[in-house]
Design a binder for this molecule. Structure first.
Ligand code: BGC
Length: 795
């Protein structure tokens, strides 16, 4: 009886869909299959056959993940892993690195456990594995997905050789607040750029085929919206409307899933009151039902056990909530291992829920080929081969952002350095510190291979180079800061001990600068542990006595070039006002010194663009270009545009401009580029045409010319504004970019497609849609671009 009623109803729904009566396009209705390997019938048949043989305890064993080595969180357990592996009580390990160590456990699991199920080894491979590349925020500044793919592929190859087929990367959290130290691991503030980077990471790591010997499965993290932590304090709650959640924060995860990501990591934070590691909206509704994800979700370190601290229940309740919501594997906390089986036996959790989690994990193990090739050949590690070092140097060269290069009276622009600078003074605590060059997540990168700026400049300048350290990175900081930063080992501790007398070392640096024609200052903040996880700050200045050092050297009147080595946007207001040349070099990796020297001497022309806004003052944070409009804009239409309104009752600060110090997308070059008026191929498009399919409906074309005298690469950027939507839209949104290399005098034509994917937004009913409206469109070299055209979307 019931079925006969349902059938006509379904028919009616289908007819409505076909007629397109306000419902999403038909393509959005069928469940997508983002990773064909994981959905394959053959593979799933193998999974089911194995699952049938498993006891409940063996199933629960697959859900458990332990750290059997170096620990990144509290409470690393000290269990007898050999014994557990033999009993099938370990599904995966993290922090077991190297062919020998991984083979040790794998032999036990495969040869001694009843069903011979191989262990999956995961590891934080973030910006390279053995060969350290620039930090992810820097890689995003390259706006070069091909470079990111290459970095991911090298990481995959090196990780596999170390017995690791699963990496905890990419981190795709939108980060709009640099107080949050994990901005260094992200692609910055923008969902469009972030999605492009997310796709590139997944493609580079997985290569579209998990079974390849040099492919690894990704773990896209931290799902979801971890970067939205209130006040930029790590692990803090996230509270935002569902439209912002989906339209901004979830976009890069969606891109990664659509690119075939095999696993995701659930985050520590809560989202609108529901912890992300027990959140049915993100983990079930969105991830599984809407995006069709067939891989598995691992919790972040202890995140399941930490649900107790979110006060949503006792051990049994929180574990059940996490599992039922869709967290399949429990990293390090082992709460699943202690409470799930009993709850299944008591009838509180259907065994089918456990089965489904196990199925998802086994799918990835099968797809990676672990059942057929469980062991790793033991041989020499990949440590910093010349080919990889060359790649690291080249990629780093693309990430540097030339913030400023103003002419100095009687000298001209300071960069690139010319032979006119006979004596060069290199000053600063980051001028000759190997460990600091690697960046915040160089887990297996060895500092001994790192090249400092002092080494690289000495190679070029010989005795024309003068050097003074000037101060320590943390001199004068509070004792607690020093203690927290020095957490984690001798390298960091050596690097960050305060020196007793800054005044003396700063005076020495001043004398060194006086003897030179130009001074290069290498300043920033400690990467370990002042950046990255658990490294939020309330100030964004240079640490220690570095600001005093900078001001003292600038006071000599010698021309100053500031090289910033840091993994987060710092507050640079004084520097921007007083220093003529500023190069933001981030944490460049193993070839840091060589790469920075290439840019300083003009062998490489800087082409990086900011993936995150640089503020004037920390009190502006979170500051990002794609703001929503206000009824009282301080400076006209775009509140991020410069202006000088005297009006009081406007959306503004009493004591600071609203604008960025350096806006999103900003970056100079040693040459200049000019833009033609953008031309749109169709200036008017019916809304039904945009809604009907996901291919472009129009294109925006622009001619970009190199008007200077050296070759250079410009990142051409396209921004839109929807001027009349049912839900207010940001004042600008990035919707296209292209890296274009131009010889002096050369012009190239660049075309940007626009269609549903670029023009849609979330309606009040939480559906992606496009409505009749006018889009303003700008093309240029940063988010303040002025070359303008428009598109009418009509009834
Ligand atoms: C971090 C993750 C990391 C995990 C494993 C956690 O503390 O939040 O990003 O992948 O540890 O090391």
């Amino acid at each position: 009886m019931k079925t006969t009623l349902i059938r006509p109803f379904l028919l009616l729904v289908s007819l409505l869909l076909i007629a397109g009566l306000g419902l999403p396009p038909a393509s959005a209705q069928s469940k997508p299959v983002p990773n064909a390997q994981l959905a394959s019938k053959q593979l799933n048949a193998r999974v089911d056959a194995l699952l049938k043989q498993m006891t409940l305890d063996e199933k629960v064993g697959q859900l458990a993940q332990f750290s059997a080595g170096y620990a990144t969180g509290p409470g690393a357990s000290n269990m007898r892993y050999d014994d557990m592996a033999a009993k099938g009580q370990v599904g995966s390990f993290l922090n077991v690195v190297g062919a020998e160590a991984t083979n040790h456990y794998q032999h036990i699991a495969v040869e001694k456990s009843r069903l011979h199920i191989p262990i999956l080894f995961g590891q934080d491979v973030i910006h390279g594995h053995r060969t350290t590349f620039p930090v992810p925020l820097a890689l995003a500044a390259s706006w070069d997905p091909a470079a990111v793919e290459l970095v991911a592929h090298y990481g995959a190859e090196e990780a596999r050789a170390d017995g690791i087929p699963w990496v905890f990367s990419p981190m795709v959290d939108i980060a709009r607040d640099p107080r949050w130290g994990r901005i260094v691991e992200s692609a910055g503030e923008d969902p469009y750029l972030g999605s492009a980077m997310a796709r590139a990471w997944v493609k580079g790591y997985q290569q579209g085929d998990l079974s390849k010997p040099d492919s690894v499965a990704v773990s896209v993290k931290h799902f979801a919206a971890y970067g939205g932590a209130i006040a930029g304090r790590d692990y803090n709650a996230v509270d935002m409307g569902e439209i912002t959640l989906r339209q901004v924060y979830l976009e890069p995860y969606r891109a990664a899933v659509e690119a075939g990501a095999a696993t995701l990591m659930s985050s520590f934070n809560s989202i609108n009151g529901i912890p992300a590691s027990a959140n049915p909206l993100t983990l079930t509704q969105i991830l599984r039902k809407e995006w069709g994800f067939d891989g598995f979700v691992v919790s972040d370190w202890g995140a399941v056990a930490e649900l107790r601290n979110h006060s949503i229940g006792d051990d049994a309740t929180v574990a059940r909530k996490a599992l039922v919501a869709g967290v399949d594997a429990d990293m390090e906390g082992n709460l699943y291992g202690t409470v799930i089986a009993a709850q299944v036996r008591a009838g509180k959790i259907p065994e089918s829920v456990v089965d489904e989690a196990v199925r998802r994990i086994l799918r990835v193990k099968f797809a990676l080929g672990l059942f057929d090739h469980p062991y790793t050949a033991e041989g020499p590690a990949y440590d910093a081969t010349p080919e990889r070092r060359a790649a690291a140097r080249k990629v780093a060269g693309e990430t540097f952002v030339l913030l400023k290069n103003d002419p100095v009276e009687g000298v001209g622009t300071l960069l690139p350095l010319t032979a006119k600078a006979k004596k060069v003074a290199l000053i600063g605590p980051l001028a000759d510190n190997k460990a600091e060059m690697l960046g915040a997540w160089a887990v297996t990168g060895d500092p001994k291979y790192a090249v400092t700026l002092k080494t690289a400049l000495a190679e070029r300048l010989g005795d024309r180079l003068l050097y003074a350290q000037g101060c320590e990175l943390l001199s004068g900081e509070d004792a607690n800061v020093i203690k927290r930063v020095n957490f984690g080992g001798p390298v960091a501790a050596d690097a960050h001990l305060p020196v007793p007398d800054d005044a003396k070392t700063i005076a020495e640096a001043v004398e060194t600068a006086k003897k030179a024609d130009v001074a290069i200052l290498a300043l920033g903040e400690p990467t370990n542990w002042m950046e990255g996880e658990a490294s939020s700050r309330v100030s964004l200045g240079f640490t220690g006595a570095q600001q005093q050092l900078l001001e003292a050297v600038a006071a000599t009147g010698k021309p100053v070039i500031l090289v910033i080595l840091a993994g987060r946007p710092l507050e640079l207001k004084w520097a921007a006002a007083h220093v003529p040349a500023i190069l933001l070099a981030w944490s460049p990796g193993v070839e840091a010194g060589h790469a920075v020297a290439d840019a300083l001497f003009g062998d490489v022309n800087p082409s990086g663009k900011l993936p995150a806004t640089l503020p004037r003052a920390v009190g502006q944070e979170p500051l990002y270009y794609a703001q929503l409009p206000t009824g009282r804009p301080a400076h006209g239409d775009l509140s991020h545009m410069p202006g000088n309104s005297e009006e009081k009752f406007m959306s503004r600060y009493m004591d600071e401009d609203n604008t960025a110090l350096f806006p999103f997308g900003w970056g100079l070059s040693y040459t200049r580029f000019s833009y033609s008026q953008p031309a749109i191929s169709r200036a008017e498009v019916p809304v039904q045409e945009v809604l009907a399919n996901h291919s472009p409906v129009t294109t925006v074309g622009v001619d970009v010319k190199n008007t200077g005298s050296v070759a250079g690469t410009e990142v051409v950027q396209l921004y839109i504004r929807n001027t009349a939507a049912s839900v207010e839209q940001p004042v600008r949104e990035l919707k296209g970019f292209a890296r274009v290399t131009l010889a002096p005098g050369e012009t190239k034509h660049v075309e940007f497609p626009l269609g549903f994917d670029e023009l849609n937004f979330y309606s009040a009913e939480i559906k992606r849609t496009v409505e009749p409206t006018t889009y303003k469109i700008w093309v240029g070299g940063n988010s303040l671009a002025t070359a303008e055209t428009s598109l009418q979307v009509v009834e």
